[in-house]
Structure formats: C-alpha cells, structure tokens
Design a protein around this ligand. Structure first.
Ligand SMILES: Cc1cc2nc3c(=O)[nH]c(=O)nc-3n(C[C@H](O)[C@H](O)[C@H](O)COP(=O)(O)OP(=O)(O)OC[C@H]3O[C@@H](n4cnc5c(N)ncnc54)[C@H](O)[C@@H]3O)c2cc1C
Length: 369
C-alpha cells in the first residue's frame, strides 16, 4: 500500500481509539492512529488510572486508621506530595508501554491534530492519510463547565485539575454526584478534607439504579460526607478565602474550592465531521447506531450513545437560568443541549452498558464508616 494509505485510520488515541486500532490491526488491517496530545487519552492521563492511584493511597490511609484491622501507630499520617508522585509514576509507566503496544501491532502513530477532509481522508499538519476501509473518530471529551462559569484551575476546578493537583484543597464543594463527583468526595474525605457534595437530582449517582444510590448515601452518611440532593446552583461568588455557592433553595455553602463534576462534553467541534457528512447533534455528540456507525458511510465513532432515558444528562445541577456572579464570568448562560437526533430511536441502552461496566469494576470506590 502506498505511504499515507491505510485500511483504517483512527482519529484520537485514547482508550476508544488505540484499542480500536489494535483490534483493526489484529484483524489484518493496515492501521494508523492520529493523536494530538498523548496516547492513552483521558483514561490514562486524567481519568481512570490517576484517580485509582490516588484512591489506592487514600483507601489505605483510611483503612489503616480503622480499629477493626488491629493496626497501631503512634501517629498515622500521609504526605500528599508522595501520593501525587506515585500517581504520576503509575501513569508514566503505563504510558511508556503504549508505543510498544503500537509497534507490536504494527500500527503507525501520527502525532498531530487531525481533521476529516472527507469520509476517507484525515488531514494532519498538511499531510493526508487515506482510509480505504474505514475511519474511526475517537476524539473523546473534556469536562463540562457550569454555563457561564469558566474553570480557572484555582478556585473553580474540574476533574483534570483535581486529578493532577499537587496539594489537597482545604475544603471543597463538589457539584455533581455522578461517578466522578462521588470518587472525589471519597478521596477527599478519606484524606480528611471537609467535603460538601451537591446534586441537582433527588439522589446520589442518579444514573445508577436507585438501590445503588441508597447504598452510596448510607455509606457517605456513615463516613461523614455531607451531601445534599435536589440542590440547584443559583450563583457562585468569590470570597476572600474561596467560593460562596448559593442554591435556589436552602443554605449557601462555602469552601476553598468548587469542583464542578457535572459531566463531560464531546471534543468533536474541530474534527471536520460535517465535511465528512457525519451527523453531529447540538451538544457536539456524534450520532451513531448500535454498531457505532455514524451517518457517513465508512465512518465509525466509539461513543456512549445517550438513550432517551438518560438525555439530557440527568446530573445537570443547574437551573434553566442560572445567575453567575460577574466576578466569575460575563458570558451569558447557554441553554442545555436538546435531544440529539438519535435519542428518539435508541434500541439498545449502550450508554448504560458502559456505565454498568464502570460501576462494576473493582475500582469503584467505597467508603466504609
Ligand atoms: C476523573 C475520571 C475518572 C474516570 N474513571 C474511570 C474508570 O474508573 N473506569 C472507566 O471505565 N472509565 C473511567 N473514566 C472514563 C474514561 O476516562 C473515558 O470513558 C475514556 O477516557 C474515553 O475514551 P475515549 O478514547 O473515548 O476518549 P479520550 O480518552 O478523551 O481520548 C480522546 C483522544 O483523542 C485525542 N484527540 C482529540 N481530538 C483530536 C484530533 N482532532 N486529532 C487528534 N487527536 C485528537 C485527545 O488528545 C485524546 O487523547 C473516567 C473519566 C474521568 C474524567
């Protein structure tokens, strides 16, 4: 095959992309993967792996202090700097293994930001990669901000900031009690940080079954994690020492930092999807069928497909018209995305399968009292 020509080209080298590339190659297809940042994507660098490394440390510290295990120490403590170094080491070690995986599977890695010129062509820094058999768009997502309230990385933070932090916050309000919010509530509480978790809907982990929410609430109560459900954020203001978060009803909360964990938004905007004839929904979600085929023939996208039941995301903690303090942002609030075109015909709850896998993985955090 001439240089620059492949059977399959994968745009995005995260878990969705590079694993798809390996499978394509195992099936005998000449494959390239295009990555703008680091192979491994969110999961390896700011998601599953570093958070589980942190939770491993916090869990050990928490357990060691529990009488039932019979351990004694004059003074049990921790050094967060070393916890963070271990986190970085774990990620680095795994990341260094990925190029080897690519070589072993004879996958070409093309560094750079790519975009689709058409349903058979990816452009990367002036180069053209031709995909004879198929093109896979796996460009992933990034943390979603509260409308009109940008992340500053200092007081208003997202999961990337929290995951990569070199120090613990003195106290934190976490908005959004989905998987990510609950994980950070666990981590912080186990390390002694005062946590206040708020959720707009009427239960914690609202995308899970109600009995799971009940169990998490029970465990959190016993562990001393303060949480509030049916709490919609109305305004956020900067104070001398941190943030002041007001709600539509009930008392405001204050903390050093506000961690916004209300979900993620797709990184599909500049990938040239429309040029290739891919149907992109309002919020940037790529419409796929149960085989992850997009509306453009030969273009696939590994994306958890929102079902009617889970769309719009039910963890959204904001009211329809939030009022943010001008201190934080002058941008006008945006509307919630409307149902994407495929939401009305979802034969199989693909996103639910994905969620169940995550929830049932051994790394799902638990906080024992
Ligand atoms: C805090 C946190 C904890 C999590 N914990 C878990 C867990 O325990 N278990 C679990 O199953 N999941 C977990 N997840 C979810 C998991 O990280 C994601 O499901 C997974 O990363 C999605 O993979 P992806 O390949 O679709 O996207 P990503 O991992 O986001 O990868 C997309 C890649 O595409 C690249 N890219 C984007 N645009 C372009 C372009 N134009 N050209 C070239 N490259 C591009 C990006 O640089 C990125 O590397 C967690 C997520 C977070 C945020």
């Amino acid at each position: 095959m001439p240089a620059g020509e492949y059977d399959v080209v994968v745009l995005g080298g995260g878990m969705g992309g590079y694993v798809a590339a390996i499978r394509a190659s195992q099936l005998g297809l000449k494959t390239a993967v295009v990555e703008a940042a680091k192979l491994g994507g969110t999961c390896l660098h700011v998601g599953c792996i570093p958070t589980k490394a942190l939770l491993e440390s916090s869990g050990l510290f928490h357990k060691a202090g529990r009488e039932e295990f019979g351990l004694t120490a004059d003074k049990l403590g921790f050094d967060f700097g070393r916890i963070a170094s271990r986190r970085d080491k774990v990620v680095d070690q795994l990341w260094r293994g990925v190029p080897g995986l690519m070589r072993k599977n004879r996958i070409d890695v093309v560094e750079g930001r790519g975009s689709l010129a058409d349903a058979r062509t990816v452009q990367v820094d002036g180069r053209q990669l031709k995909a004879r058999r198929g093109l896979i768009v796996a460009t992933g997502s990034r943390p979603r901000p509260l409308p009109g309230l940008d992340f500053d990385g200092e007081r208003i933070i997202n999961s990337d900031h929290a995951t990569l932090a070199k120090a613990l916050p003195k106290s934190v309000v976490i908005v959004g009690a989905g998987a990510i919010g609950v994980e950070f509530a666990t981590l912080y509480r186990q390390l002694g940080v005062p946590v206040q978790l708020v959720e707009a809907l009427d239960r914690l982990v609202p995308l899970e079954d109600p009995d799971v929410s009940g169990e998490v609430a029970k465990q959190f109560k016993a562990a001393g994690i303060q949480f509030r459900t049916s709490a919609r954020v109305k305004a956020v203001e900067e104070t001398k020492d941190g943030v002041h978060v007001a709600f539509e009803e009930g008392e405001p909360l204050e903390a050093e930092k506000l961690l916004v964990a209300i979900g993620r938004e797709p990184l599909s905007k500049d990938a040239g999807l429309e040029a290739a004839g891919v149907n992109v929904g309002k919020g940037g979600f790529v419409g796929v069928d149960e085989w992850m085929r997009t509306s453009a023939q030969g273009v696939w996208a590994p994306t958890p497909r929102p079902t009617r039941a889970s769309w719009p995301p039910r963890t959204s903690p904001v009211s329809a018209r939030p009022r943010w303090s001008r201190t934080w942002s002058r941008a006008r609030p945006t509307r919630s995305p409307r149902s994407p075109p495929w939401a009305s015909r979802s034969p199989r709850p693909a996103s639910r399968d994905a969620r169940s896998r995550w929830a049932s993985s051994p790394s799902w955090p638990t906080v024992a009292p």
